[in-house]
Design a protein around this ligand. Structure first.
Ligand SMILES: Nc1ncnc2c1ncn2[C@@H]1O[C@H](COP(=O)(O)OP(=O)(O)O)[C@@H](O)[C@H]1O
Ligand SMILES: [Mg+2]
Length: 204
């Protein structure tokens, strides 16, 4: 599966307020793209368009393959364990219970939290929960992973550790939205894009 994302001449607005105008950018298969820009500049809107939750008023968006999307807000089931939460992402996969558990534990391991598999997530720290959420997002092996402000609730050291972990564990196409100027420092060879005044500026 070719996971290159094409965002071509896209315009979009909410009622009368334009958010994007003839915006074009491309994220190559397997690359790590960081989309930055001030609050309200349209970063989450771009992810929602790529995921298909919003439809552009004009232009074309191609995001081939299966897309996994990690929202800014924590969506884990607090009373359930880490393994149970990650296993939800495999509910439609047709795997047996045993295979599901094995895959969920492997994904938690890839994010460095296999030892927390049996813990209720309500007992975990913010950084640990974020690793569980990322394990949940990659356990089904998506072609494209979208992360919206994945480090906004984390201290800088934890943020760096979590981003290093996802960079190592996930090799397909990754798009990270963040207003943290240091986030890209924790990814190998990132492509940098900035949203500014209805446009995307390719900075690298
Ligand atoms: N559901 C919505 N209805 C109306 N306006 C919205 C909606 N979601 C976002 N907006 C507006 O669209 C613009 C871009 O928002 P957003 O993509 O969330 O920005 P960012 O993620 O960069 O902070 C902002 O002006 C915001 O107020
Ligand atoms: Mg946003």
């Amino acid at each position: 599966m070719n996971g290159t994302i094409h965002f071509t001449d896209v315009s979009f607005g909410f009622s009368t307020r334009p958010v994007l105008r003839n915006t074009t950018f491309r994220v190559s298969q397997g690359s790590r793209a960081v989309l930055s820009g001030p609050s309200g500049s349209g970063k989450s809107t771009v992810l929602n368009l790529i995921a298909g939750y919003l439809t552009p008023s004009s232009g074309e968006i191609a995001a081939p393959g299966r897309v996994s999307y990690v929202f800014q807000d924590d969506t884990l089931f607090s009373k359930l364990t880490s393994v149970e939460n990650v296993s939800f992402a495999l509910a439609e996969s047709g795997l047996t219970q045993r295979q599901t558990r094995y895959r969920a534990e492997a994904a938690l391991g890839a994010m460095g939290v296999e030892h927390l598999g049996s813990e209720q997530v309500v007992l975990l720290s913010g950084g640990e929960r974020q690793r569980v959420r990322l394990a949940q997002s990659l356990v089904a092996d998506p072609d494209v992973l979208l992360l919206d402000e994945p480090t906004s609730a984390l201290d800088p050291a934890t943020a760096a550790a979590v981003m290093h972990a996802i960079d190592a564990a996930f090799t397909a196409t990754l798009i990270v939205v963040s207003h943290d100027p240091h986030l890209a420092d924790n990814l190998i060879d990132p492509e940098l894009f900035t949203l500014s005044g209805l446009e995307v500026i390719h900075a690298a």
